[in-house]
Design a protein around this ligand. Sequence first.
Ligand SMILES: [Zn+2]
Length: 157
Amino acid sequence: MKYKIARKDGNRNAQLSGALDETFEKASDELLARLGDGHVVFDMTGVTRINSIGYHQWVRFLKALSAKATFELEACSVELLAYVNLLPVLSFASRVTSVRIPYVCKHCGKAVEPSFQLEEIDEGGATRPLICPGCNGIMEAEVSVPSLLAFRDAEGG
Ligand SMILES: [Zn+2]
């Protein structure tokens, strides 16, 4: 797991990249020391895969961080949300602000994974219509969006 910290709009922006696995423990100590207080925006775009060891370290890290800072989680992948859905409260599901949803075009097979803000996805899981950049066809989500966002109900909104 690698990370990059930058200042952005008065917040700290932490870009994570690589696997969220047992290698996160070392990074998490450094991150805690470097992030300090204030508000942290985690950009999860670069997280390639997750295992349960890494995920447990991640939750422990967020708990420690929440004692001194506030944070939000941007561009969460389907894999990360599967973990969040297992234990929404412990996972700080309420801090998820945007999610990446894989879409595929039924006509030409093109695949994309755009990021959606949670507030632009309605309760039934409907998102804005996505037009295929290859053939202008309508693209469809490859996953069930309501199941992906099940943690929203678990938290009571
Ligand atoms: Zn297409």
